[in-house]
Design a protein around this ligand. Structure first.
Ligand code: AMP
Ligand code: MG
Length: 346
């Protein structure tokens, strides 16, 4: 309580939250003022030598990079550690070893500086940074990333899940296919973006399993069929990328449209790493137009996992009386966004 009053006495533009993101392959540190001005957003991504993300290897990357990323973020924000008012961190959902590394850094900083700690739900942070950056107020959100595929909207005190994947996430589906096709992740060019580039040269739509079940989607059958066709070597890679994108994006667009029709929201927000994809943007923009809703897409810097979104959501939570005592700061690997109270809305 005492600490909190100390923060509140400062003006919002002079109070700063440092946010740490470490749920999967990215270790990122962002700094936000209490007014939502993002002063820094620095990221270091773990790129596996081969195959998918190995949680312990990613965690090792995070611990090795933490001090460099922290120092760079504070430098970019032109702040000293003592200027910080609160520390926020991604408390879940995510990969255990990765989450624990970020949480340990956050706990150490908050204890050493003697300032409050705020555990943030990673999925909600993707929505909140999208709202901050697009000025959306009450959108229905399609959140698509390497680990999540969710249609969510605020209703009665919480974000509610209207639809989601029953198996793998959209970004993961694209990444696995890209790896099977031996596409190499280049610095600054995610695998999904490589699929997008090839898909733009596709001309033939191949029939792939389209699996929408109620308000949910399933991507694993689609991925298996696409990989099987790839291995047979009879289809152009461009046509496979094109067909994979068209089929997977149509599935998530269908459930987003039904969520939009049901909730009658006036804004549609596209967020998460896959939101950077132009073809998906065009599909979601189309349904927004058909329902007279405003289409909002998070800027690409804030689409992939980033510390700024954790910092900003930490501000929202803290200024609405949410703090996370150290003894309750254990990570939550399967923390669903509909379990979280969001007193800053409504
Ligand atoms: P995140 O999990 O939010 O960090 O986002 C990473 C995911 O976004 C990975 O699966 C990437 O392949 C995917 N991604 C990034 N850029 C694009 C793009 N242009 N098109 C499709 N997927 C993308
Ligand atoms: Mg990531």
């Amino acid at each position: 309580m005492v600490k909190k009053q100390r923060v509140r006495k400062k003006k919002a533009e002079e109070s700063y939250c440092l946010g740490i993101e470490s749920t999967a392959d990215d270790f990122s540190v962002g700094v936000s003022t209490f007014k939502g001005e993002i002063l820094a957003n620095i990221r270091s991504s773990y790129v596996p030598a081969e195959g998918g993300i190995h949680p312990r290897e990613a965690a090792r990357h995070h611990s090795e990079q933490a001090s460099t990323v922290l120092r760079e973020a504070l430098g970019k924000a032109a702040l000293k550690p003592a200027d910080l008012s609160i520390i926020a961190f991604s408390q879940g959902p995510g990969l255990g070893p990765c989450l624990r590394t970020g949480a340990t850094v956050a706990r150490a900083l908050a204890s050493y500086l003697d300032i409050p700690l705020v555990g943030v739900n990673h999925c909600i942070a993707h929505i909140e940074i999208g709202k901050l950056k697009t000025e959306a107020i009450d959108p229905i959100t399609l959140y698509v990333s390497g680990g999540n595929t969710i249609v969510a909207a605020f209703d009665a005190g919480r974000y509610r899940v209207f639809g989601e994947t029953l198996d793998i996430a959209l970004g993961n589906c694209l990444d696995v296919f890209a790896r099977e096709a031996c596409l190499r992740q280049k610095q600054g060019m995610p695998l999904g973006a490589l699929v997008e580039k090839l898909a733009a040269k596709g001309t033939r739509l191949l029939e792939l399993p389209y699996a929408v079940k109620g308000m949910d989607v399933s991507m694993s059958g689609l991925l298996t069929t696409a990989v099987t066709l790839l291995k047979k070597g009879k289809c152009r890679l461009e046509d496979l990328c094109y067909s994979l994108q068209e089929t997977a994006f149509s599935m998530v667009t269908e459930i987003s449209e039904r969520g939009l029709a049901h909730t009658e929201k006036k804004e549609v927000l596209l967020t998460g790493g896959v939101a950077a994809n132009r073809r998906l943007q065009a599909m979601i923009e189309e349904i927004a137009r058909e329902h007279d809703a405003r289409f909002c897409v998070v800027p690409s810097e804030f689409a992939v996992d980033n510390g700024a979104m954790i910092a900003w959501t930490g501000v929202l939570a803290y200024t609405h009386d949410i703090v996370t005592p150290i003894n309750q700061s254990h990570v939550k690997l399967r923390w669903r966004l509909d379990e979280v109270e969001v007193p800053w809305i409504g």
